[in-house]
Design a protein around this ligand. Structure first.
Ligand code: RIB
Ligand code: CA
Length: 328
């Protein structure tokens, strides 16, 4: 059984990730820690609570986290991608459950110390909570089983700038701090998540076969698919495909299907400011012990960055898990 905590900014694709974690028989979702990102912290926390109600797991604790980045000003929420409410403008009723009386970073540190070596944290939003947690307990990296991060991009173009992916640009200082610690850290970036696309056909299959969860995923994905379709139209694509990228759920699938991904290793920096702000800069020579003249990558621990993925396997694992869970 994989015990996991998801650090999340729900978020339409975050909802898919949370649904998958709840549905998979080998995942024990210990809690959700919320962070600003796709919406403000109050919205992402409310959405996390509402999703757990809809997914019939109101017992899972939600701990509220950071409302803004460590250093820079918070960027405007991408309401043109996730809607003003963060869930595709579904404007769902308020949840009847509340956040736990514990801060996100405190929860992560406490759980890691209570169950050393057993918990995987999957971070699918800006890494502010993770940076705060390792600031509180500098030994945290040695106490997690692993840290899997949806974020960054090595070769694929960025989605918020030509170089930067949204989660890393959301708090570049936090991302750079996280990359300075010696976890087992896997980075599931745009290089692979943009390969794992959910079409309207895939999403309709969930709508029709995955119960209330499937309906929420379909309903919330309308706004998201419209954005991806408009993006293709803007890029002059002849016949745009109605689909969306399964960014966050791909990171959770990696917990149980790691061999569907191929990784390279290197020392990672995240550029904290300037034109390249938020860029993941990987020193791929680090594993061969070659040191550059500039000091910026010296003594950076190795991270694993996913560069290739069996997209069909990841997508089918996601779809089949949700459908089988609904049938059980
Ligand atoms: O770049 C994609 C990431 O940014 C996903 O986690 C999405 O939910 C947004 O947070
Ligand atoms: Ca997210």
């Amino acid at each position: 059984m994989h015990k996991i905590i998801i650090d999340t900014d729900p978020g339409i694709d975050d909802a898919q990730a949370i649904a998958f974690a709840i549905a998979h028989p080998k995942i024990d979702l210990l809690g959700l820690s919320t962070v600003f990102g796709n919406a403000d912290i109050d919205n992402t926390s409310r959405n996390a609570l509402k999703l757990l109600e809809i997914f019939a797991r109101p017992d899972i604790p939600v701990v509220k986290g950071a409302s803004k980045p460590l250093v820079q000003k918070r960027l405007p929420a991408p309401d043109f991608v996730h809607g003003v409410d963060g869930l595709g403008n579904l404007n769902l009723d308020k949840p009847t459950i509340n956040v736990a009386n514990e801060r996100a970073a405190d929860f992560i540190v406490r759980m890691a110390n209570e169950q050393p070596g057993e918990i995987t944290v999957v971070a699918v939003g800006p890494l502010t909570n993770i940076a705060l947690a390792v600031g509180q307990d500098p030994t945290l990296a040695s106490k997690l089983k692993q840290l899997i991060v949806m974020g960054g991009t090595v070769q694929q173009a960025g989605n918020v700038s030509p170089l930067a992916e949204a989660n890393f640009l959301g708090d570049p200082h936090a991302a750079d701090i996280v990359c300075a610690h010696d976890w087992p850290l896997k980075i599931i970036g745009l290089d692979v998540t943009l390969e794992v696309m959910l079409s309207d056909e895939h999403l309709a299959c969930l709508r029709d076969n995955a119960g209330q969860t499937g309906k929420l995923i379909w309903d919330s994905s309308r706004f998201y698919v419209d954005f991806y379709t408009a993006d293709q139209n803007q890029a002059g694509v002849e016949s745009p495909v109605r689909q969306c990228a399964m960014h966050d759920a791909s990171a959770v699938v990696c917990v149980v299907e790691e061999s569907a991904f191929e990784f390279i290793s290197g020392g990672a920096r995240v550029i904290p400011e300037g034109m390249a702000i938020g860029q993941l800069a990987l020193n791929q020579k680090a594993s061969s012990g070659i040191e550059y003249a500039v000091p910026h990558w010296q003594s950076r621990p190795l991270v694993q960055a996913a560069m290739r993925v069996d997209a069909d396997r990841v997508r089918n694992t996601f779809l089949n898990t949700l459908i089988n869970h609904a049938l059980s």
